[in-house]
Design a protein around this ligand. Structure first.
Ligand code: HEM
Length: 144
């Protein structure tokens, strides 16, 4: 995926041109990871804002009570189910189609297993890497 990732990074850097000051986390890093994971999973690029909300819900709002937090997961579940439906109707070369077709012990994965793996990949892949990118820029800015 290196060419796509480089193109994504360049696009976001270009959009910052001319600004005297940027927040490397909020203005840059937080756009890179969702874009890469969206490509990996085969989700529309324009849905990136939703991915930031999903990560916020799963990780930052963890202290809310289950009664409050539970219903907040519905839009996320519906979003992933719609993506699974779309990939079943239009299989393509991405991780979602791979999960839908892969077999373990001669059996395909149950839809909720596929959905759970997609959610895990999205959250694990986004939160870690945008933190790492932001931390790296912060470090290099102080020790150029
Ligand atoms: C800076 C980057 C990353 C760091 C520091 C990191 C760190 C970790 C750590 C510490 C674990 C737990 C391992 C354990 O079970 O003890 C883990 C698990 C996992 N990570 Fe990452 N990760 C990174 C990037 C990613 C990316 C980019 C993806 C996906 C695209 C990913 C997907 C996963 C998944 C799916 C698991 C769970 C594996 C399992 O089922 O046990 N991670 N990661």
């Amino acid at each position: 995926m290196e060419p796509q990732v480089r193109a994504l990074c360049t696009k976001h850097l270009d959009s910052l041109e001319g600004r005297a000051e940027i927040d490397a986390g909020a203005d840059y890093a937080q756009f890179i990871s969702p874009g890469v994971i969206a490509t990996m999973l085969g989700f529309p690029e324009e849905d990136e804002d939703r991915f930031r909300d999903f990560v916020h819900l799963v990780l930052d709002l963890v202290d809310l009570s289950p009664e409050v937090r539970g219903p907040m997961f519905m839009p996320m579940a519906e979003y992933f189910d719609a993506q699974i439906e779309d990939h079943l109707a239009n299989p393509r070369d991405d991780f979602t189609s791979y999960l839908l077709n892969v077999e373990i012990g001669g059996e395909k994965l149950a839809p909720e297993h596929v959905r759970g793996t997609m959610v895990l990949t999205l959250v694990a892949g986004i939160d870690t890497t945008w933190s790492a990118i932001g931390s790296a820029i912060w470090h290099l800015a102080q020790k150029p």
